[in-house]
Design a binder for this molecule. Structure first.
Ligand SMILES: CC(C)(COP(=O)(O)OP(=O)(O)OC[C@H]1O[C@@H](n2cnc3c(N)ncnc32)[C@H](O)[C@@H]1O)[C@@H](O)C(=O)NCCC(=O)NCCS
Ligand SMILES: Nc1ncnc2c1ncn2[C@@H]1O[C@H](COP(=O)(O)OP(=O)(O)OP(=O)(O)O)[C@@H](O)[C@H]1O
Length: 249
């Protein structure tokens, strides 16, 4: 089973890319943002920790008891200590759920899964198990425009706070096997995704069955982890790629 890590900065186009992969190629998508919403539903352990810690936020809860995510977001993205706390109480549950989904895909002979994880490179271990990592990026100007259009409740300062709390595009480029420029229209992105799917993500079912034998799968996984650990920087000229992404369109 191939494990592909798909990442990028906020509103850079990860969901757009993973939806395309799902609809066109029927790839299994593990969406970390979706899982992060599930683990903070009322009654869950992380929910209780969040409610007791952030009770000073006036509109922390909606009428139905769920977290008021935009309000919580406004607070944590402008206070790194509070963001660290939120990460601390949510990430173990998010990553456990991702691992469960990977295991489930493996035992059901899935040929390929895409991990759509915004914090793939910040998270530590997940990036090591990916056969390939892909970053979808766009220029800061387009990124902010798309973010404000998609989330109109955010002020410009809120948008900047969200953007500034993530690993820079340059660091993402360095760690990615493939970088996709998403400054142009969606059709342009889809074309690039098609090229990748045809050249690198085209797996034979018989190979999947062969690799699903536990000793072979384990050896393959260890090899992948070792390779990613020994060669964390994947791009020879990241500055040049960044420059081409940052050119105003
Ligand atoms: C702060 C919260 C409540 C804001 O919710 P909201 O619905 O407004 O945003 P949403 O969850 O859809 O996230 C949108 C984007 O924000 C960015 N983002 C989210 N969490 C983080 C974080 N902890 N650090 C940096 N960027 C983040 C990502 O690019 C993500 O795709 C929410 O993002 C959250 O609970 N974050 C902590 C859990 C987390 O790290 N999730 C990311 C996947 S592991
Ligand atoms: N090439 C494109 N042209 C125009 N609009 C785009 C393009 N790619 C994405 N968008 C739009 O930009 C917004 C952000 O895209 P998307 O939700 O895919 O980003 P994301 O990286 O998944 O965001 P997040 O980090 O918040 O999860 C969406 O409204 C999407 O429709």
């Amino acid at each position: 089973m191939l494990i592909i890590g798909l990442t990028g900065s906020i509103a850079s186009g990860k969901s757009t890319a993973s939806l395309y992969f799902k609809e066109k190629y029927n790839f299994t998508i593990v969406d970390a943002d979706l899982i992060a919403r599930e683990v903070v539903q009322p009654g869950r352990f992380a929910y209780r920790l969040i409610v007791s810690h952030f009770k000073y936020i006036p509109d922390l809860l909606l009428e139905n008891g769920e977290l008021n995510r935009p309000e919580l977001g406004k607070v944590v993205f402008k206070d790194r200590r509070e963001l660290r706390y939120l990460n601390l109480v949510t990430h173990p549950f998010v990553y456990l759920e991702i691992l469960k989904k990977i295991f489930l895909s493996f035992i059901t002979f899935k040929q390929l899964i895409i991990l759509d994880v915004p914090l793939l490179f910040e998270s530590g271990f997940l990036r090591f198990i990916c056969n390939y990592s892909i970053s979808i990026l766009c220029s800061p100007k387009i990124q902010k425009e798309r973010l404000l259009k998609r989330n109109p409740h955010l002020s410009e300062a809120d948008a900047d706070n969200r953007i500034n709390n993530q690993l820079s595009n340059l660091e993402k480029i360095k760690r990615s096997d493939f970088v996709f420029d998403n400054n142009k229209g969606k059709e342009y992105l889809y074309q690039k995704l098609d090229d990748l799917a045809k050249s690198k993500l085209n797996i034979n079912f018989l190979v999947t069955v062969f690799e699903s034998s536990p000793p072979i799968a384990l050896s393959y996984l260890l090899l992948t982890i070792t390779k990613n650990y020994l060669i964390p920087i994947k791009q020879k000229n990241p500055e040049k790629i960044l420059e081409s992404i940052n050119i105003d369109q």
